[in-house]
Design a binder for this molecule. Structure first.
Ligand code: GDP
Ligand code: MG
Length: 213
């Protein structure tokens, strides 16, 4: 228990130093959390498409256990990207993000995206230098996920319900999902969107730019 606590404390200090170093350069980091397949990379792709030519000034750190597939996807969408392959590890930590940033040209960058490893448990307590975090839950995962994974809900600034284009085909109650999340995290903003259909993306871009929906 003591070892675990010092690991978390060390990471928290490193993450806070990283956040301040980024802020000093005018860079704000946004963390994307969510289960595997919740739509994190698709939302990044849709965001970069909205930004158009300005996407080249977005930097992305991609965390996955294996492969550089997501890095290729966001690179194709125009962003600068560094992939972290964590091996067996189920989350990113601040040191891995620091190491990844050493491989990125941050000149002219004002926003850094950190797509964490797909997991609803492990990433929550490991800050990575983010100023803000969004948790993605797709409508295909079931509306009970915020109730079942409260630590993830407590660790974020926004809950995003993704793939709303699929709502007619699944048994998912957005109201119940949001209410469960707010039991854990009172006042948490909740946004429904579809990266494919485009619904909700205007409000998402508002949150990205200003921190408000
Ligand atoms: N129908 C639909 N499918 C989506 C949407 N967003 C993502 N997907 C699909 O969900 C799967 C997982 O998406 P991905 O972005 O790779 O999820 P990640 O693992 O969280 O990065 C892919 O097959 C996507 O095409 C959406 O808005 N609507
Ligand atoms: Mg992904």
């Amino acid at each position: 228990v003591v070892v675990e606590r010092s690991l978390l404390a060390d990471n928290a200090e490193r993450a806070e130093r990283l956040r301040k170093r980024l802020a000093a350069r005018g860079i704000e980091a946004i963390g994307l959390l969510g289960g595997p397949g919740s739509g994190k990379t698709a939302l990044l792709e849709a965001t970069l498409a909205r930004l158009g030519p300005a996407a080249r000034d977005e930097a992305v750190v991609e965390g996955d256990c294996a492969t550089d597939r997501d890095a290729r996807r966001v690179a194709a969408a125009g962003a600068r990207v560094a992939q972290v392959a964590t091996g067996g590890l189920c989350h990113l930590d601040a040191r891995q993000v620091e190491d990844a940033l050493a491989r990125l040209d941050l000149e002219g960058v004002s926003r850094l995206w950190i797509e964490n490893v797909g997991n609803l448990v492990c990433p929550a307590p490991f800050a990575c230098g983010e100023s803000r975090r969004a948790l993605l839950v797709s409508v295909t995962e079931g509306d009970d996920k915020p109730a079942k994974y409260p630590a993830a809900v407590a660790a974020v600034d926004l809950l995003v319900l993704t793939k709303t284009d699929l709502l007619p085909h699944v048994d998912f109650d957005p109201e119940r999902c949001a209410a469960d999340a707010r039991l854990v995290h009172p006042g948490l903003p909740v946004l429904s969107l579809s990266a494919h259909g485009g619904q909700g993306l205007d409000r998402w871009m508002s949150w990205v730019r200003t921190g408000r929906l």
